[in-house]
Write a protein that binds this ligand. Structure first.
Ligand code: CA
Length: 220
């Protein structure tokens, strides 16, 4: 899953980045509203964490511009104070949830997981497909009850497919959701990661749909 982090407080941004990367997200970040608006309009994100008080363009305006342009990704707003009118304004501008500072990293992560789940119409934080279980709360994967160690890229790829059961996902789409912006992207490496997941879990788990992409296949 790929995430955009917009926060002008460098210390807080650094702390959030560490926590988000540790939780398995590919993170792009910026410290101002103008760059945020551009990134959100031109890149593909599964979720955005947006501070409201930002230099160059305030967070509410950023959010309104995204929504007016039809960008519907889930957005979690960070409010500086626990004031009701900021929350109301944020939700009216198209925000999906909010969190008042200061907050605990665990709460931010839980709210992000819920937003991603809801955007995919899923009810549970524990995703299952046949013998494979993926716990979005702990970023752990198991197969037939046995823990399976995955790298960050392998985990993100599997999580992306497991959030979309039955859907064919193209290589381009996977590339867009797996890597942060500054990463050297090569869609051929997707095939390498797919191969590793098949080896670590089971070969029939991921089906190649010729010319279209990949799909989670029937249980082993
Ligand atoms: Ca701020």
């Amino acid at each position: 899953m790929r995430l955009l982090l917009v926060e002008d407080d460098a210390t807080l941004r650094g702390q959030l980045r560490v926590g988000l990367v540790a939780a398995g997200y590919a993170v792009d970040e910026t410290d101002n509203g103008l760059d945020a608006q551009h990134l959100g309009a031109s890149e593909t994100y599964d979720v955005v964490v947006l501070d409201l008080g930002l230099p160059r363009l305030d967070g509410l305006s950023v959010l309104r511009r995204w929504r007016e342009a039809g960008h519907a990704m889930p957005v979690l707003i960070l409010t500086a104070r626990d004031t009701w009118h900021e929350k109301v304004a944020g939700i009216d501008a198209g925000g999906d949830d909010y969190l008042a500072k200061p907050f605990h990293m665990e709460e931010l992560l839980a709210r992000i997981r819920a937003l991603i789940r809801r955007s995919q119409g899923l009810a549970s934080a524990l995703l299952r497909h046949g013998p494979v279980a993926l716990d979005t709360r702990t970023s752990r994967v198991s197969c037939h009850g046995q823990p399976v160690g995955l790298t960050g890229h392998e985990f993100r790829l599997l999580a992306y497919l497991m959030h979309r059961p039955g859907t064919v996902v193209s290589r381009t789409e996977l590339t867009e959701h797996l890597y942060a912006q500054d990463f050297d992207r090569d869609s051929n490496t997707i095939e390498v990661f797919i191969g590793r997941l098949r080896r670590k879990l089971y070969p029939e788990l991921i089906e190649t749909v010729r010319g279209l992409g990949y799909r989670l296949a029937g249980p082993a």
